[in-house]
Design a protein around this ligand. Structure first.
Ligand code: AKG
Ligand code: FE2
Length: 271
């Protein structure tokens, strides 16, 4: 179980978030073997022949299992050097039937990751001067969407001419990302792209758009992208956590009532 050991650690984490928009989380309580198992299960799925993957997946954003290449194939002009699969885990659990071990591994992994996300979101809530459970009570992420979004970036003969995943910020409250020890993730900091080297057995926790809105911009959802290389297959698994689908997210009235801090964002739903 992930526990924030002390107020000092909480302050350090939040300070880091305020500057960078992401944090590395260790001591999270998710066993390393479980992290390796989900990476292998996703790799096995993504390495299935295209026709098999197509038979299992839909194409619409609300299809519970969706696979393909690029970011959003219907609108992107340039396709990305990656294959991906997105699988809804919560509030309704879905799993491909291949590889056969996927269901059991994903069920356990997504349950454990939800606990980690909850503790971090509670910490963010407190750091904003709100009650620990305030974000959970108002936006109800217990009923929100949790996905496994797995990316496989094959070696690319001319990496400087391709992009794995273009710059974006993540939707939702918080994304917890793991990767197979091959670098490629970059975050934008002060206008420059900075490499985030993989640290074994850790999560990269990215602030999502809805925390930026709720906090009225105090926390920023971090702009990030994935670059590719010409040697190794890179795999990353992002698990975003959204507010309840019908929750209306807006700058919280408790955070915008001071004069000089008007709401900087309009209200929106996740869906
Ligand atoms: O591959 C990566 O490290 C980034 C993945 C990502 O940002 C995403 O799936 O939203
Ligand atoms: Fe992302």
């Amino acid at each position: 179980m992930f526990l924030l050991p002390s107020m000092l650690v909480l302050l350090i984490i939040c300070f880091w978030y305020l500057i960078w928009g992401y944090s590395l989380v260790t001591n999270h309580g998710v066993p390393e073997r479980m992290m390796k198992a989900i990476i292998e299960a996703c790799r096995e799925f993504l390495e299935l022949p295209e026709e098999e993957k197509r038979g299992i997946s839909g194409k619409h954003v609300l299809d519970p299992i969706r696979s393909g290449t690029s970011f959003n194939e219907s609108v992107d002009e340039i396709l990305c050097w990656r294959d991906y699969v997105k699988i809804f885990q919560h509030p309704e659990f879905h799993s491909p039937n291949k590889p056969p071990s996927f269901r059991e591994i994903a069920l356990e992994y997504s349950k454990r990751v939800r606990l980690v996300a909850r503790e971090i979101i509670r910490g963010i809530s407190e750091s904003l001067g709100l009650e620990k459970d305030y974000i959970y009570e108002t936006l109800n992420p217990e009923n929100g969407l949790q996905l496994i979004a797995a990316n496989l970036y094959p070696p690319c003969p001319q990496p400087e001419l391709a992009m794995g995943l273009p710059p974006h910020s993540d939707h939702g409250l918080l994304t917890l990302l793991i990767q197979n020890q091959i670098g490629g993730l970059q975050v934008q900091h002060k206008g420059k792209w900075v490499n985030i080297d993989p640290i074994p057995n850790s999560f990269l926790a990215n602030i999502g758009d809805h925390i930026e809105i709720l906090s009225n911009g105090k926390y920023k959802s971090v702009l990030h992208r994935a670059v590719v290389n010409n040697r190794d297959v890179r795999i990353s698994i992002a698990v975003p956590h959204g507010p309840a689908l019908d929750a209306i997210v807006s700058p919280d009235s408790k955070l915008v009532e001071n004069v000089g801090n008007p709401p900087a964002y309009g209200a929106m739903k996740y869906k």
